[in-house]
Design a protein around this ligand. Structure first.
Ligand code: 3H9
Length: 700
């Protein structure tokens, strides 16, 4: 306890320091430590005032998320904050770095608040499926009024110290060090004879019916199905209708209700997945190869997006195209993406100029690459073409440079084999648009050297992307599973569902788009070419979506041609259903003599998810994904999986694996070819284990 909370005297000022690395999270030991130290402060005749600070990088990153879901232990945070607020001598919070969630709530119990410049202040509980549960709703509304409180708490967005000052969340900002600034503030307060000043004594805020109504409306539009935002509105509404004490009790009740929801469990899981996914034990201590310059081969949508991502991270980039005209177009594409980045405030105009004049070139000659540290190939998906590119890279690039391919499904081992340095070859599978999407699959062959893998993860971090390790197979983790769930969707359509119903059900589950709208977005030529590629090796029992071949043959390639599964008005990215689609599909069903039936939306969702979980279990069993959390990360950050469900493997655990396996076994009886229960799923059910148990056991 002494370790995590310390008490020092500087003259008549007590300095209370929270020292609980890495983020000074308020777990039980910090709460107990603060409780005892507050007793010591109140009994210490030498101390006239206390300054509360955080050691190291920040004030406090919030309540300890690792305690969530475990039994509550006294003292609770609300009780501790009430104790601080009740102190007969003033307490000053001096914040720096981050002051988040329970950390900022702690400061709201203090009588004066100071933040050093650059401090990020937020109540981000909503992003974890919670509401601020230690007085945050009641105190913020009293401090800044209902409208501002709604915006601050519903968005969870951090405010920099200066903005927090303008909002009235802190009393002053300071450009110096938090402890020193806190001491100076405390000195002033003592000299001025300042007394404790309690937010709980402030009058209730005026009721703002209109702001509450509009918040509820906006939640219905943008946070459909999420439970925390509405409870936040309810807790804020109470501030003008109830006493502080009753409001606090209501807030606590709502907080504990939310703590028990699957959404809270899913969102906290997603938080940890985001951090653990790049944490590979096998790479601990492996040194990285320096990457300061990069080449991108191919300047189509993907290549230009990758070049933009690399440029935005500060690298020097050479883009290679096959001729001057293509190099020109690629240059134009990158310029457009950079303009967008300037518009979005992601890039300053001087930096933009530096990129154009110094850091970026679009060329046609591979010999320019003799000094670059990394090359990423992003040419058309043809094995032969990629092999040709890799032979040329192998000829010109320096020893120790990294050779990467952005292929989405081709065998990287075969590509690496044409070089004299397969250990330097890795897959870097970006998702389109590459300068926007968070996910990066780092595809490793058995020969890829550990420092190349570690460097790929390092690169991802500097690009602001979430890297997931994947082994080699057709489609890697994401696209392999996607192809399988698309197969499940097609089987539903063969059996009687319409593509529009499937899309609606999948959207209602929480994905941003259904599989057929996604197909339209990607281009129906992609699916067609994949079917062609696989035709020779396709099992005769497999069935393909024959109607999709019709669409392709009629030149309906999706959004880019204005028609695909949906019909798109000019410039519109949301399509309208085609009234002739049912008939088109019905013809194929008749030809095959298929009897149709109706499916409920829930049935569609269950099948889709059963297919996802079953194939993901195979992907894990084959060590394509090392851990279930890697699959969760791929779907959360690359495929729009609803974050509040935590990722597909977390979702499966929450549903219960035994029930899911039963469903898959039933489907197996109907269609033994497509629905084979994954051996890993069977083993887990037999051993009464969860996917989560494999995350911890993994050797990676
Ligand atoms: C809350 O406060 C509820 C209250 O209203 C009511 C209570 C009654 N707990 O992100 P990083 C770990 S809800 C435990 O890489 P950064 C993290 O997993 C909470 N652990 O660092 C990682 O571990 P590892 C509201 C935590 O510098 C390590 O710390 N608070 C917590 O990039 C470093 O994390 C939030 O939602 C935690 N609260 O960013 C804020 N936070 O090294 C959540 C982090 O083993 N935290 N860890 O992988 C953050 O947003 C960022 O971590 C922060 C630092 C901005 C603080």
């Amino acid at each position: 306890m002494e370790d995590v909370v310390s008490y020092d005297l500087v003259g008549d000022i007590a300095v209370i320091t929270i020292n609980n690395p890495p983020v000074n999270a308020i777990g039980w030991d910090v709460r107990s430590g603060l409780w005892h130290v507050m007793d010591r402060f109140s009994e210490d005749p030498r101390a006239a005032i206390a300054v509360l600070v955080g050691a190291n990088r920040m004030f406090v990153g919030g309540a300890d998320l690792k305690e969530f879901g475990k039994p509550l232990r006294d003292p609770t945070l609300p009780a501790l904050i009430l104790k601080i607020e009740a102190s007969a001598k003033p307490v000053v919070a001096a914040m720096h770095g981050h002051s988040l969630g329970g950390g900022f709530e702690l400061s709201l119990g203090c009588h004066y608040r100071l933040a050093t410049e650059g401090t990020r202040i937020a109540l981000p509980e909503v992003t974890l499926g919670l509401l601020p549960g230690a007085g945050g709703t009641q105190r913020v509304a009293r401090l800044v009024g209902i409208t501002k409180a709604l915006d601050f708490i519903l968005s969870g967005r951090p405010r920099l110290a200066n903005e927090a000052l303008q909002l009235g969340l802190v009393d002053r900002t300071d450009s110096g060090n938090a402890r020193e600034a806190g001491l100076a503030f405390a000195r002033e307060l003592v000299d001025a004879g300042a007394k404790p000043r309690r937010i709980s004594d402030l009058p209730s805020p005026a009721e703002d019916v209109e702001a509450l109504r509009s918040a509820r409306e906006s939640i219905a539009r943008t946070a459909r199905g999420q439970v925390a935002p509405l409870k936040i509105v309810q807790a804020l509404e109470a501030t003008s209708r109830m006493s502080f004490v009753d409001g606090l009790a209501l807030e606590r009740r709502l907080f504990l209700e939310l703590m028990d929801t699957p959404q809270r469990a899913g969102l906290v899981h997603a938080f940890f997945v985001e951090r653990q996914v790049s944490n590979l034990r096998a790479l601990a201590g492996v040194s990285l190869r320096a990457i300061q310059s990069a080449a991108v081969i191919g300047g189509g949508t993907m290549g230009a997006g990758i070049a933009t991502a690399l440029l935005l991270s500060g690298l020097h980039v050479i883009l290679i195209e096959r001729d001057a005209e293509s190099a020109d177009s690629a240059n134009g594409r990158v310029a457009r993406y950079l303009d967008e980045a300037v518009k979005r405030g992601k890039l300053g105009e001087p930096e933009r100029q530096a990129i154009t004049h110094v850091r970026f070139k679009a060329l046609t000659d591979y010999s320019a690459l003799s000094d670059v540290d990394l090359a990423i190939e992003a040419v058309f998906e043809s094995l032969e073409l990629k092999k040709t590119v890799f032979r040329q890279l192998d000829d010109v690039m320096r020893a120790g440079a990294i050779l990467a391919t952005n292929t989405s499904y081709l065998n990287i081992e075969e590509i690496a084999a044409v070089t004299r340095r397969p250990a330097d070859v890795v897959g870097l599978h970006f998702f389109s648009p590459a300068h926007v999407m968070k996910l990066l699959e780092v595809v490793v062959t058995p020969k890829t050297s550990p420092d190349v893998i570690a460097s790929a993860f390092g690169l991802a971090k500097s690009l602001g992307k979430i890297a997931v390790r994947s082994g080699v197979c057709d489609g890697f983790i994401g696209n392999r599973i996607l192809a399988h769930i698309r197969g499940a969707a097609d089987r539903l359509v063969w059996a009687g569902a319409s593509p529009y119903q499937v899309d609606r059900a999948i959207r209602d589950f929480g994905f941003p788009m259904g599989p057929y709208a996604v197909a339209d977005l990607a281009g129906l030529d992609i699916g067609f070419l994949t079917r062609q590629r696989k035709a020779a090796t396709r099992d005769p029992r497999d069935i393909i979506p024959a109607w999709a071949d019709d669409l392709y043959n009629q030149g309906r390639l999706g959004q880019k041609t204005g028609r695909g599964y949906y019909i798109y008005a000019a410039g519109d990215r949301i399509g309208q259903p085609d009234p002739e689609m049912d008939e088109r599909i019905a013809r194929h069903r008749e030809q095959r003599g298929i009897l149709t039936r109706n499916f409920s939306d829930l049935e569609i969702q269950r099948r889709y998810m059963a297919a996802l979980v079953n194939e993901a279990a195979n992907v894990i069993d084959e060590n394509i994904a090392a851990r279930p959390l890697d699959v969760d990360a791929v779907f959360l950050f690359g495929y729009g999986f609803p974050r509040h469900c935590g990722g597909p493997m977390h979702w499966a655990d929450a549903q219960g694996l035994a029930g899911l396996l039963d469903e898959i076994r039933d489907l197996h009886r109907e269609d033994p070819f497509f629905w084979t229960p994954a051996p890993l799923l069977e083993r887990l059910v037999q051993q009464n284990r969860t996917f989560a148990s494999l995350n911890d056991a993994s050797e990676l």
